[in-house]
Design a protein around this ligand. Structure first.
Ligand SMILES: Cc1ncc(COP(=O)(O)O)c(C=O)c1O
Length: 376
C-alpha cells in the first residue's frame, strides 16, 4: 500500500481567516499568500464568523467569563447554559438537554450510560470514532452491520435480542454524505426491544424539518440523540437530548459529564445565537440541500460518483492516497480548499475528496471544481 503520512501542518500552510466568510487565507508552498474558497469545513451555514454570533459571544464573555472555571456540578454552570438548554429542548421537542464541551464527550457519555458488560451494541460499520470509544469504555460487546444495511441489522438484532441490544448510527455520515433509513431502523429496534441512539452531528441545523435534524419527526421512537455545535452552528460544544429520566441518570452517574470543565460560556452564547438564526431562517437547510443536489448532478454528469445522499457532504471517491492528494493540490492551485481524506479515516483504497457545499458559496465555485476534476 502506498502510504503517505498524515501531517498536521500541511507543510508550511497556516490557515487564518479572511474577511470574506468563504475564504481561508494561508501560505502556498513557495510562501506566497493565497486565499482559497473553503469547500472543506463543516461550517455548513457559514455562521462561524457571523458578526451576530461573535457579538453574542462577546457580550456573554464579558459578563459570564471566557471559560466556566469548573465542572457543571461544582462552579461551571452559568445562566447561558440554562438558556441554551431550554431553547434547544423547545426547538427539538425534547424533555431534557444536557450540554457537553464536545460531541466526542457527549457520545462517550451516552454510550457509557446506555451500555455495560451485559449489553450488545450494534453499530453501523462506518460510525464515528467517538461512538466506538464509548462502546469500548462501557465494556459492552460490539457487533457491526454493513453501512445502512437494514437486512444485516435485522439479522444481528435477531441474534442479540436477549442481550439488552443498543443500536447506534448517524443521521448524516460525515465521510460518505449518506443517511440511513431511520424509520426502518427504529421499527426494527422496536421489534427486537433495542434502544436506538442516533448521532445527529452533521444533520442538525441543515436536514429535517426546519433544520431540526432527521430524528425530529421520529422522536417517539428515537429517544436519545447527540448533537454538536461545532458544525452547522459554527461554534463548539455539544449536547445529549433525551427524556427526563435518562438526562437525570447522566447527571447523577456520567463521568464524561461530571469530571470536565463546563462548556465555555461564549461558545454557549454563540450556539444560542446560531439557533436563533436557524429558527428565524427556516429555509436555510432546504436551500442548501437544493444546491447540494445541483452539485451532485453536475459532478456525476462528468462521470464522477458520490455515495448516494441528500446532504451537503459530497464525497468524491478517488481511490489511492496519491490520487486524492493530486486532486487536493490541483484544487488548491485553482483557488479551492478541499482536503484529501485518507485511511485510517476511511477504508483502504477509498481515499476521497470531501467536498462540503456551504451556504452562499461564490457563484463560480461549482464550475471551478468541475474544471479541476475534468471528466472521469
Ligand atoms: C459524526 C460525528 N459525531 C461526533 C463528532 C464529534 O463532535 P465534536 O467535534 O463536537 O467533538 C464528530 C466530529 O468530528 C462527528 O463527525
Amino acid at each position: 500500500m502506498n502510504k503517505i503520512p498524515l501531517t498536521r501542518k500541511r507543510k508550511i500552510r497556516i490557515w487564518e481567516h479572511a474577511n470574506d466568510l468563504h475564504l481561508f487565507n494561508g501560505f502556498s508552498e513557495d510562501q506566497n499568500k493565497i486565499s482559497l474558497i473553503d469547500l472543506a469545513s463543516n461550517d455548513y451555514l457559514c455562521l462561524n464568523r457571523d458578526p451576530r454570533l461573535i457579538n453574542a459571544a462577546n457580550r456573554v464573555m464579558s459578563s459570564q467569563g471566557i471559560g466556566s472555571g469548573g465542572s457543571h456540578l461544582v462552579t461551571g454552570s452559568r445562566p447561558i447554559h440554562y438558556e441554551l438548554e431550554n431553547a434547544l429542548g423547545k426547538w427539538l421537542n425534547r424533555e431534557h438537554i444536557l450540554l457537553f464541551p464536545s460531541g466526542f464527550q457527549a457520545n462517550l457519555a451516552a454510550l457509557n450510560a446506555l451500555a455495560n458488560r451485559k449489553t450488545v451494541v450494534i453499530a453501523d460499520k462506518l460510525v464515528h470514532h467517538s461512538l466506538l470509544v464509548g462502546v469500548k469504555a462501557s465494556g459492552a460487546k460490539l457487533k457491526r452491520f454493513a453501512h445502512n444495511d437494514l437486512n444485516e441489522l435485522e439479522k444481528v438484532l435477531r441474534l442479540s435480542q436477549h442481550h439488552n441490544p443498543v443500536v447506534i448510527t448517524e443521521s448524516l455520515f460525515s465521510m460518505e454524505g449518506t443517511s440511513p433509513n431511520l424509520k426502518g431502523m427504529a421499527k426494527l429496534c422496536e421489534k427486537f426491544g433495542a434502544i436506538f441512539f442516533v448521532d445527529e452531528a452533521h444533520a442538525l441545523g441543515v436536514m429535517g424539518s426546519k433544520g431540526r435534524g432527521m430524528c425530529y419527526e421520529l422522536s417517539d421512537s428515537i429517544k436519545i440523540i447527540s448533537g454538536t455545535f461545532g458544525k452547522a452552528f459554527g461554534c463548539g460544544g455539544a449536547f445529549i437530548a433525551s427524556n427526563k429520566a435518562f438526562g437525570e441518570h447522566l447527571i447523577q452517574t456520567s463521568g464524561p459529564f461530571r469530571y470536565t470543565t463546563a462548556l465555555a460560556p461564549p461558545l454557549a452564547a454563540g450556539s444560542l445565537e446560531a439557533l436563533r438564526l436557524i429558527q428565524e431562517n427556516p429555509t436555510w437547510g432546504e436551500e442548501l440541500l437544493k444546491e447540494a443536489k445541483k452539485w451532485r448532478n453536475r459532478i456525476s454528469s462528468k462521470g464522477w460518483s458520490c455515495p448516494p445522499g441528500n446532504g451537503p457532504i459530497l464525497s468524491i471517491v478517488v481511490g489511492t492516497d496519491k490520487e486524492s492528494l493530486y486532486y487536493q493540490k490541483k484544487l488548491e492551485k485553482n483557488g479551492l480548499l478541499s482536503v484529501a481524506i485518507r485511511p485510517p479515516t476511511v477504508p483502504e483504497g477509498t481515499a476521497r475528496l470531501r467536498i462540503v457545499v456551504r451556504r452562499n458559496l461564490p457563484h463560480d465555485s461549482l464550475e471551478k471544481l468541475i474544471f479541476c476534476l475534468g471528466a472521469k
